[in-house]
Write a protein that binds this ligand. Structure first.
Ligand code: HEC
Ligand code: HEC
Length: 176
């Protein structure tokens, strides 16, 4: 069979492309390079999680964190060692965060939203059962380097929105 010169060149270039393409795909992706933990995905034998580094400052001596966004549940800034579990008969968190005692501990009082029964739309004397289990929504924060940089920037509509909440006041905003 006869090949024109042009055809030969095109065939050669195509062959080179296919050959290097195959070589690249067979050697460049390792198990360790997949995912963010950089260890083999089929075994956790050599996988060590980052150490958690929670605040050890006792309640009353910690520095509160800025809120992540408007009306975000604030992170717990102090040590909670010995305060859990929260049970039906014992809730240590309320011993300091109940509005009646919070000022004397200089603790942020639970907001009005936690004393409101959303079903009957009535204000209660005590914390609503739906807000009783504090650590369901509030958690301590570990000081670790994020694996992926967070570029989210909150926009607060009030000047103190990063340290105070007012969910009950604007819960129905936009609802007709
Ligand atoms: C001995 C009293 C005490 C107890 C018990 C306690 N707290 Fe606190 N908490 C405080 C004080 C005081 C602050 C304010 C920061 C400080 O001074 O350490 C605070 C801060 C917080 C904050 C941050 C508030 C803000 O405005 O950013 C959250 C959330 C919180 N506590 C949740 C909890 C939860 C949940 C529990 C139960 C697991 C709990 N606390 C138990 C006293 C207490
Ligand atoms: C269902 C989720 C949920 C539970 C359970 C819950 N919280 Fe909250 N908390 C929130 C959210 C969301 C906010 C911020 C918005 C708001 O409600 O005003 C908040 C706000 C707060 C604040 C800040 C108040 C302020 O004026 O800035 C404190 C303190 C707090 N909670 C403590 C507690 C404690 C103590 C408990 C347990 C008795 C508890 N929370 C249970 C979701 C929760």
């Amino acid at each position: 069979m006869m090949f024109s010169k042009k055809r030969l060149v095109v065939t050669a270039v195509l062959t080179a492309f296919i050959a290097t393409g195959c070589a690249l795909s067979s050697g460049s992706v390792s198990e360790e390079s997949l995912g963010l933990r950089n260890t083999n995905l089929y075994t956790e034998d050599k996988t060590v999680g980052d150490k958690t580094d929670y605040s050890t400052a006792v309640a009353g001596k910690s520095k509160v964190y800025k809120r992540a966004f408007e009306n975000a549940p604030p992170m717990i800034s102090h040590d909670i060692e010995g305060m859990l579990p929260i049970t039906a008969s014992s809730n240590t968190c309320l011993a300091c965060h109940d509005p009646e005692v919070a000022p004397s501990f200089e603790a942020t009082a639970i907001p009005r939203s936690h004393l409101f029964d959303m079903r009957t739309e009535t204000m209660l004397d005590t914390v609503s059962n739906t807000r009783y289990s504090c650590t369901q929504c509030h958690a301590p924060q570990s000081d670790n380097k994020p694996l992926v940089k967070n570029i989210f920037e909150p926009e607060f509509r009030t000047s103190d929105g990063d340290k105070q909440s007012n969910l009950l006041d604007n819960l129905n905003e936009g609802v007709q």
